[in-house]
Design a protein around this ligand. Structure first.
Ligand code: ATP
Ligand code: MG
Length: 224
């Protein structure tokens, strides 16, 4: 199958004052279309950092990222925005919903950016799939953690991206609800042959992935 995402020798350093902190060191990986891949590793191991680099949200200190055959490493923010909006969906660890928009509007937003005239219809369908139709009119601050997570998931899926990055998408859910979210995510992705790259330290979820990568001391090892 076609390689959709490739990282070559990605490194990431942060400078704090005089100190230089190495977060990722020469990380390379290839992910094929339709794969469900988990990035595992303890807190602080660099999972969020790696997802940000792979999705073009942040730049590596060195190394290259290819997304759908295109080298995105040196693209400017203006060049990257449409690539991200058309190809990728991102579920953030901290949701990043827009506080002034209700659930439905939050979900519609990326589709409206593309001028999709079916944005509302698609958003309503997604809300139904995550059992939140009744809360379409609620604002983020009126939603529970798990509900916000489901809205964020719908927003990531509305443009039918080729690849979804999900950062601990079940971190705020009990095990029953997190199972439901994972099942839902998998069924939606299976239908659309979407690739899923998920950071999690939940072993139960990691077991369901096609492949698991493990981050430790800035290095990535392949587990399965
Ligand atoms: N902007 C920054 N400046 C300095 N250090 C940072 C910055 N962002 C992240 N780090 C450091 O990089 C390391 C990796 O952070 P990251 O958020 O990627 O970890 P993580 O694996 O996602 O952790 P968690 O499981 O807790 O979400 C941590 O030690 C963190 O303190
Ligand atoms: Mg994280």
């Amino acid at each position: 199958m076609e390689v959709l995402l490739e990282a070559r020798a990605l490194s990431k350093f942060y400078s704090i004052g005089e100190r230089k902190i190495k977060v990722l060191e020469s990380v390379s990986l290839r992910i094929k279309q339709g794969e469900f891949v988990v990035i595992a590793g303890s807190s602080g191991s660099g999972k969020t950092t790696l997802l940000s680099l792979l999705s073009g949200l942040d730049k590596p200190s060195s190394g290259t990222v290819f997304l759908d055959g295109q080298d995105i490493t040196d693209l400017t923010e203006d060049q990257l925005a449409p690539v991200r909006n058309n190809l990728t969906g991102f579920v953030f660890q901290a949701f990043h919903l827009i506080p002034s928009l209700n659930s439905l509007e939050n979900i519609m937003f990326p589709a409206e950016l593309r001028g999709d005239r079916q944005a509302r219809q698609k958003a309503e369908k997604l809300l139904e799939k995550v059992a939140l139709s009744q809360r379409w009119n609620s604002f983020p601050e009126q939603l529970s953690g798990g509900e916000k997570q489901r809205v964020a998931l719908c927003r990531a899926l509305i443009n039918e991206p080729k690849i979804v990055f999900a950062d601990e998408p079940t971190g705020n859910l009990d095990s029953e609800n997190s199972d439901r979210i994972i099942e839902l995510l998998r069924s939606i992705l299976r239908d659309q042959k979407t690739t899923l790259v998920m950071a999690t330290h939940n072993r139960g979820i990691a077991e369901r992935a096609d492949r698991i990568f493990y981050l430790h001391d800035g290095l990535l090892t392949f587990r399965r």
